[in-house]
Design a protein. Structure first.
Length: 208
């Protein structure tokens, strides 16, 4: 399985801002979007291009353009929503599928409550967006859902990861590349990543 850790200084600096308890909702939301955009830049590295002719003010050039691959962004509700606009700013024609999964607070198991896919999901390369890869329960369930729906490929963009989540994905979805900014130490008894950044959904939407 492939895990890509984005060590770029700009990303790591922004990650520190997310971790900081003093970072307020507005700033937190903006920085999640900025990191998502930078992660998208890396995640789309292998998109195919084709040569096209373009007329510059000086001459006709042969130049690269994206070869029209169909993409779907799949935010896991609700924290994944915070990453959508940042990614869409780089790939505005991507479709957005939604998967509503929450972790049962007692069992920590994923419970599905809403799913809406584009009709042609089976023709699309899918990018799951979830800022936190903790137990891996929701990410693995989302990957299973997308594969059953026929998605062409699945990748996971997760800002902050923990070893149990990475391990679960390795066991259940070894073909799904994980793109993340760091792998933290462990999970606490409530399933929070340590040191982590707290509850990503609450910090994005100001619900705490
Ligand atoms: N989800 C969060 O929002 N934070 C964690 O630390 C783990 C899961």
């Amino acid at each position: 399985m492939s895990v890509t850790i984005l060590t770029h200084p700009l990303i790591q600096h922004k990650l520190t801002m997310l971790r900081d308890i003093e970072t307020g909702v507005k700033m937190f939301r903006e920085v999640v979007g900025e990191i998502a955009m930078l992660m998208c830049y890396e995640a789309m590295r292998e998109l195919p291009t084709e040569d096209i002719k373009v007329t510059t003010p000086v001459a006709v050039a042969t130049s690269k353009a994206l070869a029209g691959k169909k993409l779907a962004l799949v935010p896991i509700l609700r924290a994944g929503l915070g990453m959508v606009d940042g990614v869409l700013s780089l790939v505005p024609s991507a479709k957005v599928a939604h998967i509503g999964l929450y972790r049962d607070p007692d069992t920590l198991q994923p419970v599905e409550y809403y799913c809406k896919m584009p009709h042609d999901i089976s023709e699309r390369d899918c990018f799951i967006l979830d800022p936190m890869l903790a137990t891996g329960g929701t990410a693995a369930a989302a990957a299973t859902y997308l594969k059953e729906a026929g998605a062409r490929t699945v990748k996971l963009l997760s800002i902050l990861s923990a070893p149990p989540g990475v391990e679960k994905m390795r066991l259940e979805h070894p073909d799904v590349e994980i793109i993340t900014c760091t792998i933290d130490s462990h999970l606490n008894d409530h399933g929070y990543i340590v040191p982590g950044l707290g509850d990503a959904g609450d910090r994005i939407f100001g619900t705490k």
